[in-house]
Design a protein around this ligand. Structure first.
Ligand code: SF4
Length: 408
């Protein structure tokens, strides 16, 4: 039920998520944790995914953040965008970390040669870029020319940057021209959309806390979406980013741009630690839970080493380890079942959870479950070691690059 015809844009891929070119409008948010805090950031990424985010951005502002990204990306359930300000070395380190997209701010990463260097690297490695113009950090030369941040100034900033990308023949670029005033932001996007066919990332910056932040964001983003403008959106709220993802998802559903959800199945992407075929188990679980209209967030996780912790924001989940499935409710292990019975056990527990509620099902947990789960977790750590994803090799690469150019 597409009610608002969409302006045609070219398509880019952010990891496995298409943006533009007729793809469903996607929801983005940004973590508020230190990116160096790998477990905390992953837990927030999972919570954002469960709340409706399709793509998540993390800051890459220092060496430790780049190292964190090397460890986060292989375990993230959604594509990761690295947010880059000022330092070209951080852009290159984020690329080394394996991120799916970079966000560059033309207002503070200004040297053409540096921007082209990053563009060339991205082109070679097939990593798209968001040109993220922001009225609050507009290039001084444009402020001098226009007197203040006008729609024309925002658009010109994006076009100058786009020109540098075009010089190296790189077109996998999406663009944002954000401002904190709704009329300025709306007009800038309208003008930009007339001039380029690149996918547009909509957002109002510094919108503030809810409810005013949500109202302002909806006024700007909703207006543009109803004009067919915009391929991916982010609410910028001064609160838990889960609220941003929820607001984004709710707006898209309200406008008929995304389907309403029944079960919200989240699954890890699978990585070097996976103990099962995550895709198959997730597909089977999705089909069984959808058929029963289970209105829960349910997680399928490839390993017990990280799964229950990463997906602790889900209502219910299962993680695999040593030919067994560990069932967990909001991060608490409640039962351990044979691997062949994982999907059945998940569906049975989901039905009971809906009928009996969380307190009753947590009270009915098998008393030995968490002990058995811990034994499996330790055994797996012993089998595969601490670096099953070879993240440390990437960290080494980042260290070598930054050691070679310590100025950043
Ligand atoms: S296999 Fe384990 S560590 Fe890897 S992504 Fe899945 S849950 Fe995370």
């Amino acid at each position: 039920m597409q009610r608002y015809p969409r302006k045609k844009t070219r398509q880019i891929m952010v990891g496995d998520v298409p943006v533009g070119g007729g793809a469903p409008v996607t929801v983005q948010s940004m973590t508020t944790t230190k990116t160096a805090d790998v477990d905390g950031t992953l837990a927030q990424i999972y919570a954002l995914k469960a709340a409706g985010a399709d793509i998540v951005r993390c800051t890459c502002n220092e060496k430790e953040a780049a190292e964190g990204l090397a460890r986060i990306v292989p375990r993230s359930p959604v594509p990761i965008v690295a947010d880059i300000h000022f330092h070209v070395e951080m852009a290159l380190a984020a690329i080394d970390a394996g991120v799916h997209c970079l966000r560059l701010n033309p207002g503070n990463l200004r040297k053409p040669e540096e921007i082209k260097l990053v563009a060339r690297e991205c082109k070679d490695r097939g990593i798209p870029v968001r040109i993220g113009v922001n009225a609050g950090s507009l290039d001084k030369r444009l402020l001098d020319k226009y007197g203040e941040a006008t729609p024309e100034a925002l658009v010109e900033s994006a076009q100058i940057e786009l020109g540098l990308f075009a010089e190296v023949g790189f077109e996998d670029v999406k663009i944002s021209v954000k401002a904190s005033r709704v009329p300025l932001m709306v007009e800038a996007y309208r003008q930009l959309s007339e001039l380029v066919d690149h996918p547009l990332h909509l957002g109002l910056t510094e919108a503030g806390p809810p409810p005013a932040g949500i109202v302002k964001g909806t006024a700007g983003i909703g207006t543009l979406l109803m004009e067919g403008i915009g391929d991916t959106i982010r609410y910028s709220l001064t609160t838990d980013p889960v609220e941003e993802a929820k607001a984004g998802r709710t707006l898209l559903e309200a406008l008929g741009l995304r389907e309403r959800r029944n079960v919200d199945l989240i699954a890890c992407p699978s990585c070097g630690r996976a103990e099962i075929d995550v895709y198959r188990v997730a597909q089977d679980a999705q089909a069984a839970l959808e058929a029963r209209s289970i209105p829960l967030q349910v997680a399928v996780m490839g390993c017990v080493v990280n799964g229950p912790g990463e997906a602790r924001s889900a209502d219910l989940g299962i993680a695999a380890g040593r030919h067994r499935g560990h069932l967990f409710i909001r991060g608490e292990i409640v039962r351990v079942v044979p691997e062949a019975e994982m999907v059945d056990a998940l569906v049975e527990e989901a039905e009971k959870l809906v009928k009996e509620g969380f307190a009753a099902r947590l009270a009915a947990a098998d008393a030995n479950a968490s002990k058995e789960a811990e034994a499996d977790r330790l055994a797996l750590l012993g089998d595969k070691g601490g670096d099953a994803n070879r993240s440390e090799a990437r960290v080494e690469l980042i260290n070598r690059r930054l050691a070679a150019n310590p100025e950043g």
